[in-house]
Ligand binder design. Structure first.
Ligand SMILES: [Zn+2]
Length: 135
């Protein structure tokens, strides 16, 4: 395991602290990094009817809102030592903007990179935009 860049870890920790997770008590932070190095953070946002928003979806929304369309790196940090991997829905969301070289890294709250995935290892044989007609 390796230690992630401290500025990135600080961003993830701040984002984790801003998560709104009063029901699960499981805050999550994500940072989407684009090929030009721009980063977009997002935290999970829970709501009383349980249909909340994952941190990855939150960060992707910020990225798209800023006009970016491609992911170079994805960082996900959970509240502890366990491997807080993106859920199934978020794997598909990440897939939408990933390339074969996109790296998805899951970090501990201490900033250690616990595991690094490629898109294909995270969501093998995924359905993607190129499978739709006209793409
Ligand atoms: Zn998710």
């Amino acid at each position: 395991m390796s230690q992630a860049d401290q500025a990135l870890v600080d961003t993830l920790l701040t984002t984790l602290g801003n998560a709104y997770a009063p029901y699960s008590n499981h805050p999550v932070a994500a940072v989407m990094e684009c090929p030009d190095g721009q980063q977009f953070a997002g935290s999970n946002v829970e709501v009383a009817h349980y249909k909340g928003l994952c941190a990855e979806a939150s960060a992707i929304s910020a990225m798209i809102t800023a006009g970016q369309r491609e992911l170079a790196k994805v960082y996900v940090m959970g509240p502890g030592e366990h491997l807080c991997t993106p859920c199934g829905d978020c794997r598909q969301r990440i897939r939408e903007f990933a390339t074969p070289s996109t790296q998805i890294m899951v970090l501990s709250k201490q900033g250690e990179v616990l595991k690094t995935y490629t898109m294909d290892s995270l969501l093998p044989d995924a359905f993607g935009p190129e499978q739709l007609p006209g793409r």
